[in-house]
Design a protein around this ligand. Structure first.
Ligand SMILES: [Zn+2]
Length: 113
């Protein structure tokens, strides 16, 4: 499953940070989840619970911040925000859009003990 490998990546990233910075427990993991990242938040939470067992992230809460999708509209010549990848431009209704943001999933910060 796609979400499981993402969850495992997050757990190993947290473990590396814990070793480097000398903390043993993480309270909150704040994630930025792009609206176009094709990651199911619920599935990610479920997989994270399993992947984090026995690690520094075991008791951590996932705080997911959804980042809106962004695209460049060739008709308006500007960056517009999109709720869905295939949505038309909210300004001109055009469909000539190149996605420029909202595909990322990254750990923004950790709150640690
Ligand atoms: Zn437009």
């Amino acid at each position: 499953m796609h979400e499981l490998s993402i969850a495992e990546n997050i757990v190993s990233l947290v473990a590396e940070q814990a070793e480097r910075s000398g903390f043993s427990r993480v309270r909150v993991i704040r994630l930025e989840l792009g609206a176009f990242s094709s990651v199911e938040e619920q599935a990610l939470r479920f997989c994270f619970g399993a992947a984090a067992q026995g690690s520094a992230a075991e008791e951590a809460e996932l705080d997911v911040v959804v980042v809106p999708g962004e695209a460049w509209c060739l008709d308006c010549n500007q960056v517009v925000q999109l709720a869905e990848r295939l949505a038309p431009c909210p300004h001109c209704g055009g469909g000539q859009l190149q996605v420029t943001g909202g595909q990322e999933l990254r750990v923004r910060e950790l709150e640690v003990d």
